[in-house]
Design a protein around this ligand. Sequence first.
Ligand code: GAR
Length: 208
Amino acid sequence: MRRIMEAGRLCLGLLASGRGSNFDAIMTAIIRRELNATMAVVISDNRDAAVLQKAKVHNVKNRFVNPRDFNSKSEYEQHLVELLQAESVDVVVLAGYMRIVGSVLLDAYQDRVVNIHPSLLPSFMGLHAQRQAVEYGVKYSGCTVHLVDEGMDTGPIIMQAVVSVAQDDDEDSLATRILVEEHKIYWRCLQLLAEGRIYLEGRRIFIC
Ligand code: GAR
């Protein structure tokens, strides 16, 4: 069993493509001193992402990086790694980052890229997880925080929260209720990392 990281204050870099409500929830936990971390930089692949404005409000460095400015995904990710390392980031937080992370970023941050996904993985990977859950007819869905590996939404699971699906739910109503749980569990997982309490054996995570 291998400890993911020693206890200590985390230096976070957050990648996001859109709204940024998870960013806000993490910032709130930092400000309340419930999460022992600093938010070093927010990077978005979307020029218009609201998360960039939210970062400005919190005086957090923020960058738009256009993947189209690069010849390949590897070159794009190499640039991300340089930005993250320049800020001494030790954990990369994906919060609504709508791209599959490739080997360049994963090699630079092995077992230190975390993601939140709005379903109980391994159910409903990929896009529109909440719509998939409603259409499938499951009675429970939820959200999952996991380490990122080279697959899509396949990495070792740190924590999940369950949300019941009502008969009259649609994608939006379910997404809204799942989001409430996302905002509760993401920063808690990061705090467990900060406390040095997360261990990995195979693909199983142990919280000790
Ligand atoms: C969240 O629901 C998150 O779980 C989801 O995008 C939303 C981002 O919201 N992520 C994925 O679907 C990743 N596969 P936010 O920008 O308000 O944090």
